[in-house]
Design a protein around this ligand. Structure first.
Ligand code: PLP
Length: 409
């Protein structure tokens, strides 16, 4: 008899964005005339930057000629892209990261989900910020790491509570240490960013406890404050205790193109039960080359073009455009007398709605025809908040804020 992974039964009923889609669909079916504006899901709306498009076209043409045709590429990514990433994203910021430490992939969602295959299913305390991107929790639940006391020691998920009081940047906890720690800055959903000192505290904690940080920097390109680190590797000691995830999705509008990368430094280790140190770079390389066959050549050429002179200029303009939207959203929300954070170094504005977040979501959908994301979907501490995404057309953001103002007032 075939047996199922019963851990799936422990997942929350539905993935957050499927539930939102269901409610929006139901509303639209009942109100076919309503012009719904979507500030919910964090998907980009601007077309690809010309520099990326041209590079992709050129690469597609190469595939049509015998002399330049390519089949399978290196699973870890072509050197031209790995070198561009290492040089521009890391070495230019003083981070000691080499091209050989970069693993190119088709998305950070898969990477931050798949990375946990390297770790034991039992025996770990896993720190997960609350609220946060739901993928970290759900993938650990699927692997059975929900939480249980084993021989007097609690194992499994440990929520690191974010609130207005700590600026949605949880500090390392006192007491029984964590073994694996997820951090996401700029944060989804709160838009909070971590200072150098806050990240240093986490790096020091991880090193002192032989713990590992999984640092998700999917929104790094939105950081405008020069004092805020873009990478965990800007923090001394991070090479010894951190893996970093980055994506071209929000940086360059690649949500439909699909390209991301994970940095696993050489020399970074986790431990076998007997205390033997096991290098994670080699393990991830083994996993990646066994289960993944590389990102397509045209997509990697398009990603490389993000670092060209034109690419930098065009993609920076795109991110600035979304940040301009975020500023309008913040101003609109503050004018209504509601508290919010985020939106300055992030595309998300996190609004304190002082009540049930799904009820507020429904109210905005029904009374303003604006889709947002209820905070409860990001964890217990997200209750009482909604996330408003700046990924949309400027005119639509203006219209949405005018409608929200009318509905709320
Ligand atoms: N990490 C965070 C925090 C995200 O918000 C997202 C997407 O919204 C991702 C990762 C996924 O990125 P990708 O499109 O590269 O899979």
């Amino acid at each position: 008899m075939i047996l199922v992974n019963e851990n799936f039964g422990k997942l929350q009923a539905s993935y957050l964005f499927s539930e939102i889609a269901k409610r929006v669909r139901a509303y639209q079916e009942a109100n076919p005339q309503a012009a719904v504006i979507r500030l919910g899901i964090g998907d980009v709306t601007l077309p690809l930057a010309p520099a990326c498009l041209e590079a992709m076209h050129r690469a597609v043409d190469e595939l049509g000629h015998e002399a330049t045709f390519r089949g399978y590429g290196p699973e870890q990514g072509y050197d031209f892209l790995r070198e561009a990433i290492a040089k521009n994203d890391y070495q230019a910021r003083g981070c000691d990261i080499q091209a050989s430490e970069i693993f190119v992939s088709d998305g950070s969602k898969c990477d931050c989900a798949n990375i946990q295959e390297l770790f034991a299913n039992e025996g770990m305390r896993i720190g997960i910020p609350d609220p946060v991107y739901p993928v970290y929790v759900d993938t650990n639940v699927m692997a059975g790491r929900t939480g249980a006391a084993v021989e007097g020691r609690y194992q499994g998920l440990v929520y690191l509570e974010g609130s207005a009081a700590n600026g949605f940047v949880p500090a390392p906890p006192a007491g029984e240490p964590l073994d694996l720690i997820y951090l996401c800055f700029p944060n989804n959903p709160t838009g909070a960013v971590a200072t150098r000192e806050q990240l240093q505290a986490w790096v020091d904690y991880a090193r002192a406890n032989k713990a590992l940080i999984l640092f998700d920097a999917a929104y790094e390109a939105f950081i405008r404050d020069p004092a805020i680190p873009h990478s965990i590797y800007e923090i001394p000691g991070a090479r010894d205790c951190a893996i970093e995830f980055r994506s071209f999705s929000k940086k360059a509008g690649f949500t439909g193109v699909r390209c991301a990368f994970t940095v696993v430094p050489q020399g970074l280790v986790a431990y076998a039960k007997d205390g033997t140190a096991v290098p994670l770079h080699q393990m991830w390389n083994r996993r990646h080359t066994t289960k993944f066959n590389g990102v397509s050549y045209p997509v990697q050429r398009a990603a490389e073009a993000v670092y060209s002179q034109d690419g930098v200029c065009e993609t920076t303009q795109q991110v600035d455009y979304y940040l301009g939207n975020a500023k309008l959203i913040r101003a609109g929300i503050q004018a209504l007398g509601l508290d919010c954070v985020g939106g300055d170094n992030s595309p998300y504005v996190w609004v304190n709605v002082k009540g049930d977040s799904w009820a507020f979501f429904d109210r905005l959908l029904h009374e303003a025809q604006v889709v947002t994301t209820p905070g409860a979907g990001f964890g217990k501490c997200g209750e009482g908040y909604i996330r408003i995404s700046a990924f949309n057309d400027r005119a639509k953001v203006e219209e949405a804020m005018a409608r929200i103002a009318k509905a709320i007032r």
